[in-house]
Design a protein around this ligand. Structure first.
Ligand SMILES: [Zn+2]
Length: 214
């Protein structure tokens, strides 16, 4: 009996969903949903590396430690709740005039396998915060590409070139591209090129995180 009451009290104090958003460990978490270790390990990306084809680029966090773990769970572990947290670190410079957020699309085959586009989830959380709509139909992935992880910079650029096709509705639009992780920038550059080629007025880009190591 006492045991049952104690168990009930514990459930009240520590509801079952009290697990850190990034590492998934049950722990004492703060109001952002992170454990102390993850919270301390986060590094903001203060010096985002410019892209070739976008008018501006910004990234929220550095892709390392707990952030890598969180992104991995978002992409491969169905942990969709990681997306709003990542979005909360993206700061869009006030001088960027944008009227649509376009997440980097997945090829339909990968989308079908994963069940969702992780970048679209991040985009939708950012959209709620900054009041700019997400328009996924402005860009599609027209070619299936191998995963970029094992490639160097030149190979990445070659692999992704021409992989995107912009919709004619992109003409005259001021677009903010969004990717989950920026590595060499080849993906965002290739997408920006496709949109500009279609007549977009301006293309800016952002990523939830940027990795400085590749
Ligand atoms: Zn954690």
């Amino acid at each position: 009996m006492m045991h049952k009451i104690a168990e009930g009290l514990l459930t009240l104090l520590y509801p079952e969903h009290v697990a850190c958003i990034l590492c998934g460990e049950e722990a004492v978490i703060n109001e952002t949903g992170l454990c102390t270790a993850c919270e301390r390990s986060l590094c903001r990306c203060d010096d985002p590396t410019p892209l070739r084809h976008a008018s501006g680029f910004t990234a929220g966090l550095l892709f390392e430690g707990a952030v890598m773990e969180g992104v991995h769970r978002l992409k491969y572990g169905d942990a969709r709740f990681v997306a709003p947290l990542l979005a909360s670190y993206i700061e869009i410079p006030p001088e960027w005039e944008i009227d649509a957020i376009v997440p980097i699309p997945l090829h339909w085959l990968r989308l079908w396998k994963r069940g969702y586009n992780q970048s679209a989830l991040i985009a939708s959380a950012l959209s709620e915060r900054i009041g700019v709509p997400v328009e996924e139909t402005l860009l599609r992935r027209s070619r299936y590409t191998k995963t970029q992880t094992a490639f160097g910079a030149a190979q990445r650029a070659k692999n992704i070139r021409g992989a995107f096709t912009a919709s004619s509705a992109a003409k005259g639009r001021r677009i903010l591209l969004l990717d989950d992780v920026r590595t060499t920038g080849a993906t965002l550059d290739s997408a920006a090129e496709a949109l500009l080629h279609m007549g977009a007025e301006a293309v800016y880009a952002c990523a939830a995180c940027e990795t400085k190591r590749y």
